[in-house]
Write a protein that binds this ligand. Structure first.
Ligand code: EPZ
Length: 446
């Protein structure tokens, strides 16, 4: 068990390459099993969600290897189509394997996915889309048994809500269907465009990603391919909000600025100075951030719900008022009570929250979920005194070596055992960033 200990009030500075995108690499890895061959994925971040996905691939009979930020998946010898509950529960995106397995093997057996507790997260849109492609899906309690006995057939699928996961699941499944599938009302996130790029490299025929209408010509023979994952726009947003909270000047590379332009415009309205060139973002913050017009989360190209908590944390330590409206998830304000422990003035009613910027003070706080945990680190960097952030397993799901990355920007952050309070020092300190992990399956030794 470990925690971060952060001394706030030190401006950030320096240059940083942003890690590959979690929400792109997870569907890409699921897509790799569509092709009976070897795929090579570069810029693959080292995250617990990625490890869980590689566990699933290995369990299904794929040969998996990692060397630094490059992962190789050989799905030629795929042998299974059932995923055990313990792996499904690790994260939400495990459900994407449903479409991929149906397309590749004609069957899939798995239970409902886990993931961040952000309120109800049904998969009804996923199942409706896959049934529209001809899948027979039996739901009994926790388990889903899916077959495509009569084969998958291309169809016109209408998504009543642009769900990211349902769009990805339907795209993967449609690659194995005979004929053309038209997805109307599809999600438009940049991660969907990255998935389209990879699928076309595998030999599929997909077009329209990034628009509300995605077309998939199914039934084409697929083969392994090589792909570099896009930069993570939410991680980039986190480092920018950290700089907004602590002050300073940073340069980020390896991420497409337009993929996070709603976040950039909020930081600019709050008083930050921005300069974007190619895949480079220069950000400067010299005074407390000020309040901005209301922030409504929405499907892309609207303001990303995944950046709500981190922007809120940066503004909580600023001056002035901002209204947030969380439209994507029912309960995505679990971080508020922890920010209030740091002295933040935040009032919540239903899906709305009003933040009034004021000075923050170090405290011991607990991560509640992935982005909520990152928000506490952002707030701590701008707070006075020492903050301890616990429950880091949430943060490790989406941030590769957060403490090392922030230290690269000059932050005073250390990784310590959680029983620091007892004053007992077990000799583990910040020079050994990784906490002890449970025994690893063979492929991780590679
Ligand atoms: C993806 O989740 C991301 N996860 C989430 O990021 C992100 O918050 C979300 O998209 C929205 O942008 C990954 O890509 C792995 P949705 P997903 O299906 O696919 C409802 C993070 O922090 N819905 O677009 O699960 C659902 O309940 C994570 O990195 C249905 O009602 O999101 C939610 O209210 C957290 N029925 C809304 O749609 C369905 O069948 C958006 O969900 C599917 C979704």
């Amino acid at each position: 068990m470990s925690m971060y200990e952060i001394q706030g009030g030190r401006p950030l500075g320096g240059r940083l390459r942003v890690q590959g995108a979690k929400n792109s690499v997870l569907p890409l890895l699921a897509a790799a099993l569509l092709a009976p061959g070897q795929s090579v994925i570069h810029n693959c971040p080292d995250l617990s969600d990625v490890s869980a996905t590689l566990d699933i691939l290995a369990l299904l009979g794929c040969r998996v290897a990692r060397e630094g930020e490059t992962v190789t998946v050989d799905a030629a010898a795929l042998s299974g189509s059932a995923i055990p509950e313990r792996l499904m529960r690790e994260m939400r995106s495990s459900v994407i394997f449903l479409g991929a397995l149906l397309a590749r093997t004609g069957s899939a057996r798995l239970c409902y996915p886990g993931g961040c507790e952000l309120g109800p997260r049904p998969i009804d849109l996923h199942l409706a889309a896959l049934r529209g492609l001809g899948a027979e899906i039996r739901e009994n309690g926790e388990c889903l048994t899916c077959t495509a006995g009569r084969g998958l057939r291309g169809a016109r699928i209408h998504l009543p809500f642009p769900s990211v996961g349902a769009t990805e699941n339907a795209m993967l499944c449609a690659c194995g269907a005979q004929g053309v599938t038209t997805l109307v009302g599809a999600a438009r996130e940049p991660e969907i465009v990255d998935l389209e790029r990879f699928l076309n490299k595998l030999g599929a025929r997909v077009s329209g990603a990034g628009t509300p209408v995605v077309t998939i010509e199914g039934g084409h023979p697929l083969h392994g391919a090589e792909h570099t994952v896009m930069g993570d726009r939410i991680v980039a947003s986190t480092w920018l909000c950290a700089c907004g909270a602590a002050g300073g000047e940073i340069v980020l590379t390896g991420v497409e600025p337009s993929s996070l332009d709603t976040v950039l415009s909020c930081l600019e309205q709050a008083g930050g100075e921005l300069e974007c060139r190619g895949e480079e973002i220069r950000f400067r913050s010299t005074k407390p951030l000020r309040g901005i017009p209301p922030v409504h989360t929405a499907p892309y190209p609207g303001f990303p719900t995944d950046a709500q908590a981190i922007l809120m944390a940066a503004l909580a330590g600023g001056r002035g008022q901002t209204l947030f409206v969380e439209n994507m998830f029912e309960s995505r304000y679990r971080h508020v009570a922890q920010l209030q422990r740091l002295g933040a003035d935040i009032r919540v009613w239903g899906r709305s929250a009003v933040v009034t910027g004021c000075p923050l003070y170090g405290q011991r706080v607990e991560s509640t979920d992935l982005r909520g945990g990152a928000a506490l680190v952002v707030a701590a960097l701008g707070a006075e005194g020492t903050t301890q952030v616990t429950q880091l397993s949430h943060i490790r799901r989406g941030y590769q070596d957060m403490e090392g990355t922030l230290r690269q920007l000059g932050a005073d952050i250390r990784l310590l055992p959680t029983n620091r309070d007892t004053g007992e020092d077990h000799g583990i300190c910040e020079t050994q960033p990784k906490a002890k992990t449970p025994p690893q399956p063979a492929w991780r030794a590679l």
